[in-house]
Design a protein around this ligand. Structure first.
Ligand SMILES: O=c1ccn([C@H]2C[C@H](O)[C@@H](COP(=O)(O)O)O2)c(=O)[nH]1
Ligand SMILES: [Zn+2]
Length: 217
């Protein structure tokens, strides 16, 4: 008998249980072979129940923010942002990068030059700004922003003016900078809430080589 190309042989055991039908060998029992994957995909009982380890909304939105950050060409700090509406629909994403039409090959990426015009700070559009500008809905009133880094004061102004009501951030690494203090002052005055993201999963991995397309068989 064959299951997904695996032949039952002397070295393997054909198992028929209430959970389904599978071929098992020592490697599979140890959980480190293809056969182990097939055991999971043939586990009929699991396939009839709702998955429990799906991504919850906050993890999903923060992951989208971090995935967006991977597009950034900033060699030092990559920031991503994801805006969602009150129906949990993504209405804008962005990452820090040079303005449209301004070559990121020509403009500087460094930050240490004593000449301000030769630093990135003069030119980079922040992730929050790009997410707001990229919005695909009429407005952002009542929306939530997921962002990798606590917003600077310039982004805080944009967030407030856009009508965003909640900021969920991952890192507070600039918490002692005046720009962060200014952001908090403005958020407090304008009634924009902010909270640090508390991940439920320590890792979210997309490993294209490890995807087991047989899982849905
Ligand atoms: O609210 C913010 C603050 C900063 N950024 C971007 C702007 C720059 O590209 C980097 C910061 O660079 P450092 O080398 O860490 O100073 O982050 C942002 O997108 N949003
Ligand atoms: Zn900013």
């Amino acid at each position: 008998m064959s299951t997904d190309g695996f032949e039952a042989s002397d070295e393997k055991t054909l198992n028929v249980t209430l959970n389904g039908l599978y071929i098992e060998d020592e490697e599979a029992k140890a959980g480190n072979s293809n056969q182990a994957k097939i055991i999971r995909s043939c586990n009929y009982r699991d396939l009839e129940k709702k998955r429990e380890d799906y991504l919850e909304w906050p993890e999903y939105f923060m992951a989208v923010a971090f995935l967006s950050a991977m597009r950034s060409k900033d060699p030092c700090t990559q920031v991503g942002a994801c805006i969602i509406d009150t129906n949990n629909r993504i209405v804008g994403v962005g990452y820090n990068g040079m303005p449209i039409g301004c070559s990121d090959e020509i403009l500087p990426w460094g930050k240490t030059s004593s000449k301000p015009l030769e630093t990135k700070y003069m030119y980079v559009c922040h992730a929050e700004m790009n997410a707001i500008m990229n919005k695909n809905s009429a407005d952002l009133k009542g929306c939530t922003l997921y962002v990798a880094l606590f917003p600077c004061n310039e982004c805080a102004k944009l967030i407030i003016q856009a009508g965003i009501k909640l900021v969920v951030y991952m890192s507070d690494k600039h918490k002692n900078k005046p720009s962060t203090e200014a952001s908090k002052l403005m958020f407090n005055m304008a009634g924009v809430k902010y909270q640090q993201f508390v991940p439920k999963k320590s890792k979210i991995v997309i490993d294209f080589e490890e995807i087991d397309w047989n899982m849905s068989v």
